[in-house]
Design a binder for this molecule. Structure first.
Ligand code: TMP
Ligand code: ASP
Length: 235
């Protein structure tokens, strides 16, 4: 199959059906705009399985996304979309770049979810983007922006609840959006410990890519813990 795109952690293939793609999850981890890079054996399998589970939960709750079905340990079948050149980040409490940029203490719980966007460009350091810029630059319309914000907040509600049930706090996460050929916007890409911050409520242990970013070790154990807890729906 032809490769449509290859990123740090995924390869996107065109399937024989023009409306469908296959996502293959690699074991590569990158952070800090690709300055830090490593191969973490087995990571792709966990990302694939956790993403599939979360996409399914979102679908069941009526939050549309590109997931169709799991193909094997490392691959999922998805609807083909034109992915928007922006990332949406939702934060329930302070961690990562928001602490550095605004001087907010890590762990501060926000009075309402923080919603922000950035422009996908590693060479430009993924600059901050607001709604007016996203519209003026021709990426989306105001109506689409309102829809994206609504979907992101719905996704936050569903995912927070899914993780709560298994003793995990959803600190923050990143979403990407794609446009189907009929113009409909849906969640695309992946949702996994590579793109979320997840903390064990009982112990405060980080169960996400921060373990890689900050050399905390035990990355695979953490991803395995997330998958096991999701599968059993409890601790
Ligand atoms: P940040 O604290 O670095 O802004 O990241 C916020 C959340 O978004 C965190 O869960 C990691 C995720 N994220 C990505 O998955 N990819 C990205 O390129 C960025 C900037 C953030
Ligand atoms: N993917 C981004 C980067 O490589 C952010 C991250 O996940 O740390 O910088």
């Amino acid at each position: 199959m032809d490769i449509i795109a290859e990123g740090h952690s995924k390869i996107i293939y065109q399937t024989p059906d023009n409306d469908r793609i296959e996502m293959y999850f690699k074991d590569t981890a990158t952070a800090f705009h690709n300055i830090k890079r490593a191969k973490i054996i087995g990571k792709g399998q966990y990302v694939n399985k956790i993403s599939a589970f979360l996409f399914q939960q979102l679908k069941t709750a009526g939050v549309d996304n590109h997931f169709i079905e799991t193909i094997d340990d490392r691959r999922m079948l998805c609807l083909k979309t034109e992915v928007l050149p922006l990332r949406v980040i939702v934060r329930n409490s302070a961690a990562g770049s928001v602490c550095a940029r605004f001087g907010i203490k890590e762990g501060t719980v926000f009075s309402e979810p923080v919603y922000e966007m950035n422009y996908k460009s590693e060479t430009l350091d993924n600059p901050f983007l607001n709604e007016h810029m996203a519209v003026a630059f021709g990426f989306v319309t105001h109506d689409e922006m309102a829809l994206i914000s609504h979907i992101a907040h719905q996704a936050n509600k569903v995912l927070t609840e899914v993780f709560n049930k298994c003793g995990i706090s959803l600190v923050d996460f990143k979403l990407e959006f794609g446009r189907l050929s009929n113009g409909t916007l849906i969640i695309a890409d992946e949702i996994s410990p590579d793109t979320c911050r997840l903390v064990d409520k009982a112990t405060g242990t980080h169960l996400d890519k921060d373990r890689f970013r900050h050399d905390m070790g035990d990355i695979i154990n953490a991803y395995q813990t997330v998958l096991t807890r999701l599968n059993y729906g409890r601790l």
